[in-house]
Design a protein around this ligand. Sequence first.
Ligand code: V47
Length: 373
Amino acid sequence: MQLSGQTDTIKLLQKSLSPGLSVISEKVLANQSLSPADGLLLFEKAELGFLGVLADVVRKRKNGDKAWFIRNFHVEPTNICVNRCSFCSFSHHFSPSKWELTVDEILAKVDEQEETVREIHITGAVHPKRDIIYYGELLKKIKARRPDLHVKAYSAVELDYMIKKAGMDFTTGLKYLKDCGLDSVPGGGAEIFDETIREKICGMKTSSSDWLGIHHAAHELGLPSNATMLYGHVETYAHRIDHLERLRHLQSLTLGFNAFIPLKFHRYNNEMKDIPEVSVNEDMKMYAVSRIYLDNFPHMKAYWPALGRKMAQVSLSFGVDDMDGTINDSTRIYSLAGAEEQSPGMTVSGMKQLIEEAGRIPLERDSYYRPVL
Ligand code: V47
């Protein structure tokens, strides 16, 4: 029999599948959402190759053969943190050095970038002495220098702290920052929503409901955002599905999320260093199940400084359509945690080559996933 595409491949595979997995594959082909029990069955029983085929159906439905990337850079204003998360190698509690950039130092980093760089991603630790006025002024100064630069800034954890400190509610605080120049909110700080696991690995930080509440408020103000999950530590598959379910539910209300970004736990130099890192097969499983489950998320991003560029390339066959960006060696969060990319930066031609080698069409994007032509 000659195969005419993914549907035929799945129909062939169905003959050797358990009834549960076969029903799931029918749902995916019919563009129906999976139940939490379906998601769990995929994690527990599905072969990796089968997950790749199903994830590919969803990826292709949403993005064709395009794989997006952006010219961007990060600024991590400080690593001095009021929180003490067990998985974090970045904060001053564990990092070999302690830093806080001045506004001028941050602006100098903005000035260093070529004009073609279109997005700045600002995130860092939760500094006890800084407040919403400071962060708002920073946004205004960046916009005064580079009005065209999209500012994706402050994880929900930083926002939670500065907004509560100002005595504001989430909507008022975010509106203030939006008026100062905030364009979108990055996905950091989500970790794992399950309250028991969250208490174990990052009990001091923003609660899951506040993380979701901040993103909800941002979406209602027209600020798009991303979502992440820190996986591969002490959580179970059921915790991962619970996390995906909470995200899918919020997305069904707002459609404000752009991308989901699974973040693989790295163990170097943090309080969870005794936990072995998961295999690359487990990474690809995580990407594929997320792509299949989050059927209302337009994009799945492989954050290559965390995953490594080779596995990011492989992830394009497990649901990923977005390779994040060129980064320009501007982030330390993962290098401090022992990721293989110790100086993460990629040229545009390197990015395009990586994508083309995986059989996809590289497309430079802006922060709203509009092609840059
Ligand atoms: O929230 C910290 C994670 C996140 C470790 O929105 C760790 O486009 C693994 O959210 N091992 C911050 N992960 C980074 C982040 C992000 C990155 C890229 C793009 C976007 C986006 C957002 O990094 C933290 C935490 O989950 N993290 N330490 C570690 N040892």
